[in-house]
Design a binder for this molecule. Structure first.
Ligand code: SAM
Length: 315
């Protein structure tokens, strides 16, 4: 089936943990080991064995030939490189908290994006990482520890139970939300979906999507209530509008204090038109990533920002 071919063509994406090493140093190390650096313009589907390039959109990501395995590599074992899909590296980049800031990762485990935030912040500042699943949170503690990300405070707690008025969170200005979703964009899961689905999705599946959508909206609206929060990123590995553009449109309608900020302006593929309507900014602000076009998992990213005080606008 089609998706098996996509999985075979997907480069091995590696993120460099800047707490441990610069991207330049990592590239130099791989070249010393006999990997060949090729142009960032290389078509991902044409990467040959032992070739790699620096991703043209996400500057701390390197792309190697499909199935290149780094599990035994020293840089992997000591937390310098992380095997992480390119699309999954977009939310932390889009949020881009400066070093020293106070950040919440609301649905954090197993912690790939938390660790990416720490890398972007140079391990300076504080990241509160919440997850309600104890086992997954343990993995987060282990992985972020290996990455040397000592600015992370892991909390076994539902993000929805975190009190925004608790003085502990008074300085939180950035929130990353990557909540539970259908996972319908993940390459290995697409077969399943295609098998089950002609034009009519099963009613059970529709109901599941609707429950997820409600949860996703609740989590976002909760994030908007933190008194000093100025930027919130929202991401899913879902291909469904219901979990993506529809969620964005609904929370914008429910909270007039926030608007979209253009997520990753350098990324060409934007949101599905016609769903985020009646506002100054719409689908052009959000990011879509497609398996068959982009050689990554299907993905979605939106960034919200607090509107400047006292502005009357939008609709
Ligand atoms: N951001 C993670 C990463 O990049 O490694 C992946 C997050 S995964 C898509 C969603 C996570 O949300 C799961 O670990 C799940 O346990 C957690 N979750 C679901 N409901 C939650 C809640 N109310 N509060 C905190 N975490 C929650």
């Amino acid at each position: 089936p089609e998706s098996v071919r996509i999985a075979d063509l997907m480069p091995r994406y590696v993120r460099v943990n800047l707490i441990r090493m610069s991207v330049e140093e990592a590239m130099q190390t791989f070249q010393t080991e006999g990997f060949m650096l090729v142009s960032s313009e290389t078509n991902p589907a044409e990467l040959r064995s032992r070739q790699f390039y620096r991703d043209p959109h996400i500057d701390d990501v390197l792309a190697f030939a499909p199935k290149t395995d780094f599990h035994a590599h020293t840089l992997y074992l000591n937390g310098t490189i992380i095997q992480q899909d390119k699309a999954s590296c977009m939310p932390a980049k889009a949020l881009n908290p400066p070093p020293g800031s106070t950040v919440i990762d609301g649905c954090a485990a197993p912690g790939n994006k938390t660790s990416h935030l720490a890398s972007i912040m140079g391990n300076k500042g504080t990241i509160f990482a919440f997850d309600k699943d104890a086992r997954r949170l343990k993995t987060l503690v282990k992985l972020t520890g290996l990455a040397g990300a000592s600015c992370i405070k892991a909390r076994h707690q539902s993000f929805l139970d975190v009190d925004p008025l608790d003085p502990t969170y008074a300085d939180v200005e950035y929130i990353l939300l990557d909540p539970s979703c259908s996972g319908s964009g993940i390459v290995s899961r697409l077969d399943q979906l295609i098998d089950n689905d002609d034009d009519t999705m099963s009613q059970d599946y529709q109901e599941r999507l609707d429950n997820l959508r409600q949860f996703q909206e609740t989590v976002l609206l909760h994030a908007f209530t933190f008194p000093r929060v100025k930027r919130v990123s929202y991401s899913t590995c879902s291909i469904h509008e219901q979990e993506n553009e529809v969620v964005v449109a609904n929370v914008l309608a429910a909270n007039e204090n926030f608007r979209l900020n253009t997520a990753l302006p350098q990324w060409p593929r934007r949101g599905c038109p016609g769903l985020i309507t009646g506002r100054e900014r719409g689908a052009e602000c959000v990011v879509r990533v497609l398996q068959e076009m982009d050689f990554t998992n299907g993905f979605f990213v939106a960034v919200f920002e607090r509107k400047p005080a006292g502005r009357i606008e939008d609709g």
